[in-house]
Design a protein around this ligand. Structure first.
Ligand code: NAP
Length: 519
C-alpha cells in the first residue's frame, strides 16, 4: 500500500502536534515531522514524541541545500535527527548527499535507524532547481545501500514528461521508492504514486502548509482525487493545457466518475506550449499501457496541435474546425473529436428555443478567432447563420472568415456587434483573473441582442452582467462547458451523465474557491 504522508513544517512542537493529530484524523497514513522548521532549533522533541504516534511518523531535519530550514551545521543537524529518532519514529529520512559525504555520518545514522526497528531508513534526494543529471543512476545508487525502508527522489519537473520518467523509476526500483516531480507540472506524479506502487506520496496538511512546490493538500488528495480509490487498474484522464489551474474539469469529471462508479481519475495536466512537449507526452502515455491513460480534454493552447497530432484519426467535424478538444486513446495512438462545437450550438438553440436549422440567416457577431471561435463559427455556418467576425488580430479573423464564409469587421468597430441578433464572445477577455474586463463597452449592447459569453470562469462575466443590465437575454459559458463535458464523458465511457449534476459540481468548484479554482 502506498502511504499518504502529510508533511509537517511548523515553527515548533505544539503546532506540529496539533497539525499531525489533525492530519491523521483526516486520513493521512503517516506524518513527516520536519524538525528543521522549528524556531528554537534545540527545543525538546518530547511533546512530539508524546503527542504523535511513533509508528505513524517519519522524522527528518532537512538541510538548507535540499530546501530545508535548518540553521546550523551538518554535524549538529545529524545529532539532532539522531536524538529525535532514538525517541521513536517509524522512519528516519536522511539526505543521500550528506550520507555519501562521510563514513562517520553514515555509521551514526545507520545506528540510529537500526536502534529500534531495522530497515526504517529512507534515503532522500531533493532537487528544487530541476531534474538531476541522471535520475535513474542516482536512484539506483541510493537503492544499493543496505537495509533501507525506501529511497526518495524529488525534482522540479522540467515539463509534464518528467512524470512518466518518475513512474518508470518507481516501477523499476530495486527497493520501495518515492519519486516525485515538484511544481504544477508534476501533479501527476503525486496523485498517481499509488497506481505505480510507490512507497509513499507527500501532501500538505492544509492550504498554506505546502513544503514543496506543487504539493497538494491532504483534502485535495482524499476528496478531489479520491486517493483511496486509486489502484493499479485506475484509468487516467486529464485536461492538457497551459494554464490549467483555472479549469473546472477536474472536479467535474472526478465527481462524475465517482457517481457512475468508474474506476478512473481526472487530472489537470500542465503541458508547456514549447515545441514537441504535447506530442512527447501523448506518445509517452500511449507507450505505457500500464498507465491506462484513456483520454484527455484539450484546452488552450493545444487544440490545433492536437488536431495535427491525431492526423487521419480525426472526426470529420473536428477536421473541419481544425481543432481537437477531446482525445480518446486507441491502442498506441489517439482519436480526436471536437465537442465544443455541439456544446456551443446546443447552448444556443436551447436558449433560443429553436432548432439548429432555424439559425439559417440569423445575424450573428462572433468576437475572437481562436479555437473556441473556430468551433462556434463552424457550427453556426453549418446551419446557415450569417456571421461577422471581429478579432484583435485582423489577419486571424480574415483567415477564419475565408474558411467558413463569414464577413469581417475591424476590432476597433466591434461595438457594432452589440446590435446583432446574437453576439458570441469567443475571446478570453473577462476570464479569471481579469474578471472586470469586457470585450464590449456596456453602451454597445442592444436589448434585442442575445449575448452568449463562452468564458465560464467566472460563470457570470462582466459582459453578461452588462448584457443583463441592458435587458439582453444571456447564455453563459457554463452551459457550453457542461454540454461539451457531457459529450466528452460519453465518448470516453459510453455513459450519459446528468447535465444538472455536472453544472452543480462546476458551480460549486467555481464558487467555493472563488474564481481561482485550483487544479
Ligand atoms: P485561443 O485560441 O487562445 O484564442 C483566444 C482569443 O481571444 C483570440 O481571438 C485572441 O485574439 C483573443 N484575445 C485574447 N486576449 C485578448 C485581449 N486582451 N483583447 C482582445 N482579444 C483577446 O483561446 P480559445 O480556445 O479560443 O478560448 C477562448 C475563450 O473561450 C477562453 O476564455 C475559454 O475559456 C473559452 N472557452 C470556453 C469553453 C466552454 O466550454 N465554455 C470552451 C472553449 C473555450 P488574438 O487572435 O488577437 O490574439
Amino acid at each position: 500500500m502506498t502511504r499518504l504522508v502529510a508533511s509537517l513544517l511548523f515553527d515548533g512542537p505544539a503546532a506540529t502536534v496539533a497539525a499531525g493529530q489533525a492530519a491523521l484524523t483526516q486520513g493521512a497514513d503517516l506524518i513527516e515531522i520536519r524538525l528543521d522548521g522549528w524556531a528554537d532549533s534545540e527545543a525538546p522533541v518530547d511533546p512530539v514524541v508524546e503527542g504523535l504516534p511513533a509508528e505513524r511518523s517519519i522524522i527528518t531535519c532537512r538541510s538548507a541545500a535540499e530546501g530545508g530550514g535548518w540553521p546550523g551545521d551538518t554535524q549538529r543537524r545529524v545529532a539532532r535527527l539522531i536524538e529525535a529518532a532514538r525517541q521513536g519514529a517509524a522512519y528516519i529520512d536522511f539526505e543521500y548527499a550528506d550520507w555519501r559525504r562521510s563514513a562517520n555520518i553514515r555509521q551514526k545514522v545507520r545506528l540510529a535507524a537500526a536502534d529500534q526497528t531495522p530497515g526504517r531508513l529512507i534515503l532522500s534526494s531533493h532537487h528544487f532547481m530541476g531534474r538531476p543529471g541522471d535520475p535513474a543512476k542516482l536512484l539506483a545508487d541510493m537503492a544499493r545501500e543496505r537495509g533501507l525502508a525506501a529511497v526518495k527522489l524529488a525534482w522540479r519537473a522540467e515539463d509534464i514528461g518528467d512524470n512518466l520518467l518518475a513512474f518508470d523509476l518507481v516501477r523499476g526500483s530495486a527497493v520501495p521508492a518515492v519519486v516525485l516531480c515538484m511544481g504544477e507540472a508534476g501533479l501527476m506524479s503525486r496523485v498517481l504514486a499509488g497506481k505505480v506502487g510507490a512507497f509513499a506520496t507527500y501532501c500538505a496538511p492544509a492550504t498554506g502548509g505546502e513544503t514543496a512546490p506543487g504539493q497538494l493538500t491532504l483534502a485535495d488528495m482524499l476528496d478531489r482525487y479520491r486517493w483511496r480509490s486509486i489502484d493499479q487498474d485506475t484509468q487516467v484522464f486529464g485536461v492538457v493545457g497551459c494554464p490549467v489551474v483555472h479549469s473546472a474539469s477536474p472536479p467535474v469529471f472526478n465527481a462524475c466518475f465517482e457517481r457512475h462508479h468508474v474506476n478512473a481519475v481526472y487530472l489537470p495536466l500542465l503541458v508547456d506550449p514549447a515545441e514537441g512537449v504535447l506530442q512527447r507526452f501523448l506518445a509517452g502515455c500511449a507507450r505505457r499501457p500500464w498507465l491506462h491513460a484513456r483520454g484527455f480534454s484539450v484546452t488552450i493552447p493545444h487544440k490545433e496541435e492536437a488536431a495535427r497530432y491525431v492526423g487521419e484519426r480525426i472526426d470529420p467535424l473536428a477536421r473541419q474546425i481544425g481543432a481537437v478538444n477531446t482525445l480518446v486513446a486507441d491502442g498506441d495512438s489517439y482519436r480526436g473529436y471536437n465537442t465544443d462545437c455541439a456544446g456551443a450550438l446546443d447552448a444556443i438553440v436551447e436558449a433560443l428555443g429553436c432548432e439548429p436549422n432555424d439559425l439559417a440567416g440569423m445575424d450573428v457577431a462572433v468576437l475572437g478567432a481562436g479555437g473556441a471561435a473556430r468551433a462556434v463559427v463552424a457550427g453556426l455556418r453549418r446551419h446557415g447563420a450569417s456571421v461577422t467576425l471581429y478579432n484583435r488580430r485582423l489577419d486571424r479573423a480574415r483567415a477564419l472568415a475565408g474558411e467558413f464564409g463569414c464577413r469581417v469587421g475591424p476590432w476597433e468597430q466591434r461595438s457594432a456587434a452589440g446590435k446583432s441578433g446574437l453576439l458570441v464572445n469567443c475571446t478570453s477577455v473577462g476570464l479569471w483573473p481579469a474578471v472586470d474586463e469586457s470585450p464590449l463597452p456596456p453602451d454597445a449592447l442592444n436589448a434585442a441582442t442575445v449575448v452568449f459569453d463562452t468564458v465560464y470562469n467566472p460563470a457570470e462575466t462582466c459582459l453578461l452582467r452588462d448584457a443583463r443590465g441592458a435587458g439582453c437575454r444571456t447564455i453563459d459559458g457554463l452551459t457550453m462547458f457542461v454540454n461539451q463535458a457531457a459529450a466528452q464523458f460519453e465518448v470516453w465511457t459510453g455513459l450519459q451523465p446528468d447535465k444538472g449534476f455536472l453544472r452543480r459540481v462546476a458551480q460549486t468548484a467555481l464558487g467555493s474557491a472563488g474564481a481561482s479554482v485550483r487544479g
